[in-house]
Design a protein around this ligand. Structure first.
Ligand code: ZN
Ligand code: ZN
Length: 192
């Protein structure tokens, strides 16, 4: 499938090999402080679940030992409503700041000692590709609320029969309540 991509390259046009992978070979050859800025357009990159789509700006700066990524990305992801267990979309802003380190010294071709010592270090592949896909997924997951809601007024599932009360009513709570006692019944519910 041919995916059409349009990017602005305000500084340099680093070729993009695959989705959310950036070839930083040239950037790594440049002095500290060198910058690349990429724009990610909605609907143009493939992403990992639960992320459905992303758009925003990615900024990369050559650091002493690697590449610092600062990205402000809007992320649409799928969350499961904690009341009605329906899947729904949620858009949030991720502010990503991570430093990536090369595995191969561009000048000597040798493996870098730094990333061998630190297994948790984010690595730039031997092909000089800096891959943001998994980082974005991790940020998106940790950004999800503990109890997501499809909407604030979601009615949830009936605790008795399991019916989705957003879609239909059920007979479980249909015992007629004298409006004069309604408030009292509410209090009773609170105590139970
Ligand atoms: Zn819901
Ligand atoms: Zn019910």
């Amino acid at each position: 499938m041919q995916i059409r991509r349009e990017y602005n390259w305000p500084i340099f046009a680093a070729p993009r090999i695959a989705d959310m992978q950036y070839n930083v070979a040239q950037l790594l050859k440049e002095p500290m402080g060198s910058v690349r800025i990429f724009q990610v357009e909605a609907g143009q990159v493939e992403v990992l679940s639960p992320v459905k789509d992303i758009w925003g700006d990615v900024r990369m700066v050559r650091t002493h030992q690697g590449v610092l990524v600062n990205a402000e990305l809007e992320v649409a992801s799928v969350v499961t409503c904690s009341r009605c267990v329906d899947d729904c979309d949620r858009v949030s802003t991720l502010n990503i700041e991570e430093e990536f380190f090369p595995t191969i010294d561009l000048h000597t071709g040798r493996r870098m000692a730094l990333v061998e010592e630190d297994e948790d270090a984010l690595q730039i592949g031997e092909d000089h590709l800096l891959d943001l896909t998994e980082v974005i997924r991790q940020y998106a997951i940790s950004d999800q609320p503990m109890k997501p809601l499809c909407r604030a007024e979601c009615l949830g599932l009936c605790l008795e029969c399991g019916v989705d009360l957003n879609r239909s009513g059920c007979a479980c709570n249909e015992a007629p309540i004298d409006p004069r006692w309604g408030a009292l019944a509410g209090l009773q519910d609170l105590r139970n």
